[in-house]
Design a protein around this ligand. Sequence first.
Ligand SMILES: [Fe+2]
Ligand SMILES: [Fe+2]
Length: 195
Amino acid sequence: MLGLKSETPVKWAEIVMQDLNTFLTDHAYNEMKAAQSAMAVINHQPDDTEFVNTMSALAIEEMQHFEMVYRWIQKMQLQLGQESQNAYAMQLRKFFPKTKDRQEKFLQKLMLSSLMEARSCERFDTLIPVLEPQYPELARFYKDLFVSEARHYRVFLDYARKFGGKERIDQIWDKLLTYEAELINSLGQKPLVHG
Ligand SMILES: [Fe+2]
Ligand SMILES: [Fe+2]
């Protein structure tokens, strides 16, 4: 799916079903972090009107997603808990060598955001059929989100290619996907979006 090199086993979705409160909490904070990531890249390309408009709209959209997830938490009489550490994101960042080069940092951020969007999509897609029998409306909500996040995956990757050169980014991207597949295969035991 979306070019990813590994698929999440259904067992992960079953773990989520055991603890929807933790999952929805983690998901809510992921939306907030996605908004922050979109805001953080604006500063890298402030002269590019189209880019600033796109990222600004994306940040607002992600905060709307936060609001929607929070509404689900309230509707299901659950509680927004504390943000948990995103081990996946931390490990994913380690793929890239440390650099002080601003442009490289920018490209890395774009690729990391794109990949996290893609993996969220894949996780939602795994969760939807498992949610459906018991929570059809929540499953529908995830179907709608899938469409938005799949669009974001493309937006970030297209900008990485635009600013970093298609050939070069595609080479890095392929290696990053291999690294990510190994990483995600070592996870899948927690009721978290990327856990
Ligand atoms: Fe989102
Ligand atoms: Fe997104």
